[in-house]
Design a protein around this ligand. Structure first.
Ligand code: SF4
Ligand code: SF4
Length: 188
């Protein structure tokens, strides 16, 4: 991404983050590292949430977008709950995911593909359904990788931990209405 565009995008993105509830607190990050130490995914990340905040404040959006960090966030909220400055880090991660999807900036599309597969699965069943989720994900990435998961799938199935034919939740229509209202609200 050209530097000028990255700078413009970073400023635009930071304005969106500052507009979040408590988003302005990003400016008060102490760089204490509590967020990274609390993050269950940090070992798999190229750099943790502390460095995400530092990079954003330094205008280094490219660094953030070139890593898989954001897509490895599992939205556990540990960082948000423990941050002494009250920074809504999990929401920042969501904003970054949204930015990558909206602007087509994802360097490696596997995280985005998983997110789309998850959203479609929840839309269909009202909840996650592992068989559907993984079928969608592997068909869009590398179907051969699915073969390596077969032994695990069999073990889970034998223990009653995997549904071959997932069931829809009750009140799926209500969930769809709620999601449509949220989406409509987000467009305003
Ligand atoms: S826990 Fe909060 S204050 Fe500390 S580094 Fe992370 S974002 Fe900054
Ligand atoms: S919400 Fe995301 S970034 Fe924060 S601790 Fe959990 S996995 Fe890590």
């Amino acid at each position: 991404m050209p530097t000028a565009l990255a700078k413009e995008l970073c400023d635009e993105f930071l304005d969106d983050v500052y507009a979040l509830p408590h988003g302005e607190k990003l400016k008060q990050c102490l760089q204490c590292g509590t967020c990274s130490a609390s993050c269950p995914s940090s070992a798999a990340m190229e750099f943790g949430p502390r460095e995400i905040i530092a990079s954003l404040r330094a205008g280094m959006l490219d660094r953030v977008l070139n890593a898989q960090t954001v897509w490895l966030c599992v939205s556990c909220y540990s960082c948000t709950v423990r941050c002494p400055a009250g920074i809504p880090l999990t929401d920042v991660m969501y904003e970054l995911k949204r930015l990558e999807v909206d602007k087509g900036l994802a360097k490696d599309a596997t995280g985005e593909t998983m997110a789309h597969a998850f959203a479609e699965t929840v839309d269909r069943y009202g909840r996650n359904a592992e068989t559907t989720l993984l079928r969608k994900y592997f068909l869009r990435t590398n179907p051969l990788h699915a073969l390596a998961q077969i032994p695990l799938a069999i073990r889970l199935f034998v223990r009653g931990r995997l549904e071959i034919f997932p069931r829809k939740i009750k009140g799926l229509d209500s969930l769809h209405k709620m999601l449509a209202a949220i989406e409509e609200n987000g467009r305003r």
